[in-house]
Design a protein around this ligand. Structure first.
Ligand code: URA
Length: 264
């Protein structure tokens, strides 16, 4: 058998086994779905609450059928915009720690409630159940469910939970609704109180280790670097690492038109 493998095939096998160090992006079916996003609807939303100028952020994680957990967040910030992937800044790295404690190192796919960042002062619960926004989001969830063997949903924050409970295709998938990673207080105690329920429906990945040590309820929440396999090729090695957010919107009057990105 090995004699019949040409060097290109062997190279591909070695690459797949040892160098899954970037995310190659959506396959054709996912790309078609992403191309159908209601971007103009977001752009023309009344009172313009969405940061639409730098484009949407669709996902992070596995789009190849190997996801077991659907992770839902709220909305992308500037680190996410720069990476073109959800949950890579401070909030994402704290969320990654929760996944890591469950032993979940790769078998997840993440989407946000909104494709674009939202000005927090303008954010209202009804935006999450807006018919167009919700129908599109549910089409992503439907495709994730149809193409993966999902066992659970982790909803980070109340908007994420709104997304989960307003997804008719959810069926009997359990929702682990935990506080958003960057909620001002109470995250550690909340996550501790939901850990056993999460563990009951989420098996660890091979090589992942379940860590049942409770989070300390004082001090900063621990963080875990975003795996390189979740990020596009060529992103600086420090992006998604170190626990912090590396970018912010420009100062007025360039709030919408400038992102300031700081190297580590
Ligand atoms: N970044 C995301 O992608 N989602 C969140 O909920 C927070 C930060």
């Amino acid at each position: 058998m090995i004699d019949t493998l040409d060097s290109l095939t062997i190279d591909r096998l070695i690459c797949a086994l040892f160098y899954p160090q970037h995310d190659a992006g959506p396959n054709c079916a996912w790309e078609r779905l992403f191309q159908n996003a209601p971007l103009d609807y977001y752009r023309n939303y009344p009172q313009a609450p969405f940061h639409t100028r730098f484009g949407p952020v669709f996902y992070r994680g596995r789009l190849d059928g190997t996801a077991r957990v659907l992770v839902i967040g709220q909305d992308p910030a500037t680190d996410e915009t720069l990476a073109g992937r959800a949950f890579v800044g401070q909030a994402g790295q704290i969320a990654q720690n929760f996944l890591a404690k469950l032993g979940l190192t790769r078998s997840y796919v993440m989407f946000n409630t909104f494709l674009f960042g939202v000005q927090s002062a303008s954010l209202t619960p009804t935006m999450a159940t807006d018919a167009t926004i919700m129908a599109y989001r549910n089409s992503l969830f439907d495709h994730a469910k149809a193409t993966n063997s999902l066992t659970a949903i982790i909803a980070f924050g109340s908007y994420a939970n709104t997304s989960a409970i307003n997804w008719p295709g959810r069926g009997s998938l359990p929702i682990i609704h935990v506080m958003h990673p960057t909620s001002p207080s109470g995250v550690a105690a909340d996550w501790n109180s939901h850990f056993a329920a999460a563990q009951a429906v989420i098996a660890p990945d091979s090589g992942g280790h379940v860590d049942t040590t409770p989070y300390a309820t004082s001090g900063a929440m621990p963080h875990t670097d975003v795996p390189r396999r979740d990020l596009p090729f060529g992103l600086p090695s420090w992006h998604g690492t170190g626990g912090g957010t590396q970018s912010q919107r420009g100062a007025s009057p360039n709030f919408e038109t400038q992102i300031v990105w700081n190297a580590l």
